[in-house]
Design a protein around this ligand. Sequence first.
Ligand code: B12
Ligand code: SF4
Length: 568
Amino acid sequence: MHGRTCLRIRLIDPAYEHPYISHSQKVIKNIWFAHLTLTTLAALTPPDIEVKITDENVEPIDFEEDVDLVGVTGMVMHAPRAYQIAQRFRQRGIPVVMGGPHASSLPLEAKEHVDVVVIGEAENVWEGLIEDFKNGCLKPFYKADGFCSMEKLPFPRLDLLRKDEYMTINCVQTTRGCPHQCDFCHVTHFFGKTYRCRPVDEVIEEVKRLEGDFLVFIDDNIAGNRRYAKELFTRLKPLKKKWASQASMTLTRDPELLKLAAESGCVSLFIGVESLSSENLKDVNKAFNQVHQFEEAMKAVHDHDIMVVAGLIFGLDHDDEGVFERTLRFCERNRIELPSFFLLTPLPGTPLFQRMESEGRLLHKDWAQYNGATVVFKPRLMTEETLQRGFNWACKEAYSWGSIFKRVFHPQQRFFTRVLSNVAYRRIAQRTPEGYLPSLSRILQKMNDTIPLQNTRDLIQQVGEKIAEKKLLIGQKAADTLKLYSIYNERLKTLFVRLEGSIDREGAKELVKRLKGVLNVEIQKVILDFKDVGAFSSEAIVLLSKKGLLQTEEGKLWMAVNTPSIND
Ligand code: B12
Ligand code: SF4
């Protein structure tokens, strides 16, 4: 302490240095808000200690500063930089404490680079840690027993931030955790399956103290407890603030809650849509996102004049090369203001990480690359390169003027806000490396177009795997379309097509035509699954059998396998 009486602590949020992901000061000023991490830690620091904050994203670190203790935070992608920072201070004999998502997931790794690791929340350990430091008996690890109470949390020290460097520093947290447990998400791993809410009175008091009329609720899911959210929104109304936050799709299914959110000033919601495939959503424990309700959900949010920032993930196990274009067109059709694409990233500590590791699918553990924009695992249906390039294409294409144009025109107000936020995102998207739309993308979209039934006469019903022995005239009862669900496995060079509905002669002809088309490109094999076809016309059976696409044996229908015979 060199003759000083007051202890000095410097808290640091490491910058993320990356050729195209890290942000310039200008972008930060347009779209960035400071985490509440260090301002919260500063508020927990006893008043007799001098505490300062450096967010390296907006100002350089003074490695020569006269400080007694350094605290560093960081997500997984920040870990290598956090370790470098720690090393610089430790070289000068200044002890470094690390906490936050990465250190909490991998405390033993973090301990190799810092003096002390705080696992989990700091509320119940930070003061004790400082006391131990004063007494020269710092322990290597600190971990609270259980989660902290959400009552009487000190208000974050926003005064320690350089407020002009951010879009806003008005950040408030009302809840911690999330009632869901999506396999890729770090939140439930960090907070366990808890969802804790702060007393509404305290939140309202904190909001009242903020300057200006805009704020961000940095909750992971602001509507995780509907009763609480309704009370909060009702109490917010008279304050006449505008706010943005994150919520799960479940919010859109409660019209009263959505209305209250809008009335209380909600102008923008980040919604984790994640995938347009129910199989994908089921795989990652997010089946509560119902694909058939997506369009309605987006409309409901828009009807309340709330902008949608949709989180969408590429690289899930049922994503094939068609996913990029399919997803972008979904965003355009539903006028999603800010599509936010991520590459699936197995974050240490999550069930997804465990699965990928046990399946030997992690490419490496270079944490700096675990940034949501770099492929770090082996995808199931694509090569790493196809996934990376398709992702790059989607990011760039979503913020091309053409796509922006399709998404920003709404009958509602705030047209300029929509355009300006798109322009800010466009700046980031333009720095993404060149991508390309996989050549099969269009073919896969075309392959999946529904085929209408032309003739309902002479349909033979399929019962389970068997064709009814007696011809059954089912007329009106048969589905009047044939739906196709194709998925391409680039590694096996095989196209799997599941058919659903009814096939008449025209449908069979169209199917054969499409298959001829796809077999002209790199697809080497097609597997057709007729299990969900409810009815065939006898002519369709004859045609498909002739082409070798349908094999019947003792009344059983086989999944047919491609083949050159289609071209006969
Ligand atoms: C707001 C937010 C953002 C904002 C960032 C704000 C901004 N700068 O514009 C946005 C939306 C842009 C964002 C982006 C991303 N985010 Co984010 N984000 C959050 C969120 C919701 C809140 C952060 C916060 O302020 N928390 C409140 C503080 C009080 O909690 P805390 O940080 O955990 O700190 C406590 C403890 O951890 C501990 N602690 C933390 N650090 C330290 C340090 C010391 C020394 C000590 C003693 C204690 C300590 O004490 C604190 C008090 O208890 C968190 C989720 C969450 N609930 O924290 C995700 C979260 C941090 N984000 C996450 C991720 C993955 C990302 C992205 C990488 C997503 C992506 N794929 O692009 C990007 C990266 C952006 C970037 N370049 O940094 C993950 C991190 C997971 C991980 N293991 O790395 C989280 C946990 C969400 C999740 N779903 O899993 N994020
Ligand atoms: S709903 Fe969102 S915050 Fe909750 S567990 Fe799933 S991804 Fe995480």
